[in-house]
Design a protein around this ligand. Structure first.
Ligand code: XIL
Length: 342
C-alpha cells in the first residue's frame, strides 16, 4: 500500500483538504508554491483579502480585485473557495470607528453582507458568515455588532447571506469552540439561528493548537455534539504551534520576541520536537478519520511554515513551524505520518 504524496488524494473519499491563501500565492508569483498548492489542496480560504478592512476600505468603496482573482484561481484549479468572513469584530475598516449611530452600523452591516455575498453568489462554495462572536465562557463577545444591533445580529447575518447567495453553504466559525463552555455558547448560537428560520450548514473549529497539547477529547466530543445538531463539522485554520505562549499579548515587546525562550528554534526544529509535531498531527488525523462521516473539510492556515501567521503573532520576528511543509516547501515528518494513515 504505497503512501500518497498528496493530501487531497489521500483523503479524497473522506473530507476536503484546504489551505489559507494570500495575494502572493493567488498572483502566482512562485511556481514551486503554486504547483504544491495544486498538488495538495482542493479547498482554500482567503487568509485576509475578503475581510471587511480589505474588501470594503471606505464607506462607499469596495475593492474586489484580489478576491475576484482568488475566485478565478479556485475555478481554474478545482479548488473550492470558502469566503472568510462577512461579520467579524476584527480587521474592520477604519471608517467604522467614526460611525456614531446604531442605525449607521446597521446600514454598514446590511449593505456589506448584501454586496459582498451578492458578488460571489454561485462563485464561492461557502461563507464563514460570522466569525468569533463568543467569549471563552460562552457568552457573546461585546463587539460593535452586539452593542449596536443586539444579539439577533447573528441570525440576521445568516438570513441576509442566504438571501444574497442562496446556494452557498453557511458556517459559524470560532477558535476554542471545542472547549466545553465555549462549545455550549456555540450550540446556543446554532439553535438560535435555526429557531429564527435562517439556515446554518456547518460549524468551523479553527484549530490553532499547541505542541503536545492538542485537546483530542474535547475535539471528539465537539465533533459528535455539533454533528448531532445536523452541522457539518470543519477544521478551518489548523496549525500546531511549537512555541509556548507563556505570556500575555498586552506586555509583549520586540525584546521578548527575540529572546531564546520565545523563539527557541530559529535554526530549525530539533529531532524530538519534529517527532512530537508528527505525533500530534497523526493523532489528530486519526481522530478525523474515525469521524470522517461528520467532517467535511480540514483546512491548514497556510501552505508552508514560512507563510504562517504564527511567525509574527502576537509579536513580530518569531520563527514558527506549525504546518506540514517546511520553508522550502518540502514535506516534514508530520506530512508522512498524516498521509501514511491512508
Ligand atoms: C489572521 C491572519 O492569518 C493574519 O495574517 C492577520 O494579520 C490576522 O488574521 N482567526 C481568524 C483568522 O479567523 O482570520 C485570523 O487570521 C487568525 C485567527
Amino acid at each position: 500500500n504505497k503512501a500518497s504524496n498528496s493530501l487531497k488524494d489521500a483523503f479524497k473519499k473522506d473530507f476536503l483538504i484546504g489551505t489559507a491563501l494570500n495575494n502572493l500565492q493567488i498572483e502566482e508569483k512562485d511556481p514551486t508554491v503554486n504547483s504544491l498548492i495544486k498538488q495538495q489542496f482542493n479547498a482554500a480560504t482567503p487568509e485576509n483579502i475578503m475581510k471587511s478592512a480589505l474588501i470594503h476600505p471606505k464607506w462607499d468603496t469596495y475593492d474586489f480585485k484580489l478576491a475576484d482573482k482568488m475566485v478565478e484561481y479556485g475555478q481554474k484549479n478545482n479548488i473550492k473557495i470558502n469566503g472568510h468572513t462577512l461579520v467579524w469584530h476584527s480587521q474592520l475598516p477604519n471608517f467604522i470607528r467614526g460611525i456614531k449611530s446604531s442605525d449607521s452600523i446597521r446600514t454598514f452591516f446590511t449593505e456589506h453582507i448584501k454586496t459582498v455575498a451578492g458578488r460571489y453568489k454561485g462563485k464561492v462554495f461557502s461563507w464563514d458568515v460570522v466569525n468569533e462572536a463568543l467569549n471563552e465562557d460562552g457568552t457573546l463577545r461585546n463587539s460593535v455588532f452586539l452593542k449596536n444591533l443586539g444579539e439577533g445580529y447573528i441570525a440576521e447575518a445568516f438570513k441576509l447571506t442566504q438571501e444574497a447567495s442562496p446556494n452557498t453553504e453557511l458556517y459559524y466559525n470560532d477558535y476554542n469552540n471545542e472547549q466545553p463552555a465555549k462549545r455550549a455558547g456555540c450550540i446556543k448560537i446554532i439553535k438560535k439561528i435555526k429557531e429564527s428560520g435562517a439556515r446554518i450548514d456547518g460549524v468551523g473549529i479553527q484549530g490553532h493548537w499547541h505542541l503536545g497539547k492538542v485537546p483530542l477529547k474535547d475535539i471528539e466530543e465537539s465533533i459528535i455534539e455539533y454533528s448531532a445538531l445536523g452541522m457539518k463539522v470543519m477544521f478551518t485554520e489548523l496549525d500546531i504551534e511549537v512555541l509556548q505562549r507563556n505570556f500575555q499579548g498586552a506586555d509583549v515587546s520586540q525584546r521578548m520576541a527575540n529572546s531564546p525562550e520565545m523563539n527557541p528554534y530559529t535554526n530549525g526544529l530539533p529531532e524530538e520536537v519534529q517527532k512530537q509535531l508528527a505525533d500530534d498531527y497523526e493523532a489528530l488525523f486519526k481522530l478525523f478519520l474515525k469521524h470522517k462521516d461528520k467532517i467535511s473539510r480540514v483546512t491548514f492556515w497556510g501552505v508552508n511554515d514560512g507563510d504562517s501567521w504564527l511567525n509574527n503573532w502576537p509579536v513580530r520576528g518569531r520563527t514558527n513551524y506549525p504546518l506540514l511543509f517546511d520553508r522550502n516547501n518540502q514535506p516534514k515528518p508530520a506530512f508522512y505520518k498524516v498521509v501514511g494513515l491512508k
